[in-house]
Design a protein around this ligand. Structure first.
Ligand SMILES: [Zn+2]
Length: 56
């Protein structure tokens, strides 16, 4: 999915047991709940994978 500020791609960032989305353009970090309503299918799948890792 795209950054709200600069429209660059967001990447999933794992920090200890927290997950953030970070923009590859402006480096802005989003908490998942901030962008939950905008998550696309691709990003949701990525997040599912990370969630499994964390709770395993
Ligand atoms: Zn950005």
């Amino acid at each position: 999915m795209k950054c709200r500020k600069c429209t660059e791609q967001l990447e999933v960032l794992r920090q200890c047991n927290r997950i953030r989305l970070r923009c590859t353009g402006c480096n802005k970090e989003y908490q998942i709940h901030e962008v939950a309503s905008d998550l696309d299918e691709e990003t949701e799948k990525l997040l599912e994978r990370y969630t499994v890792l964390i709770y395993d």
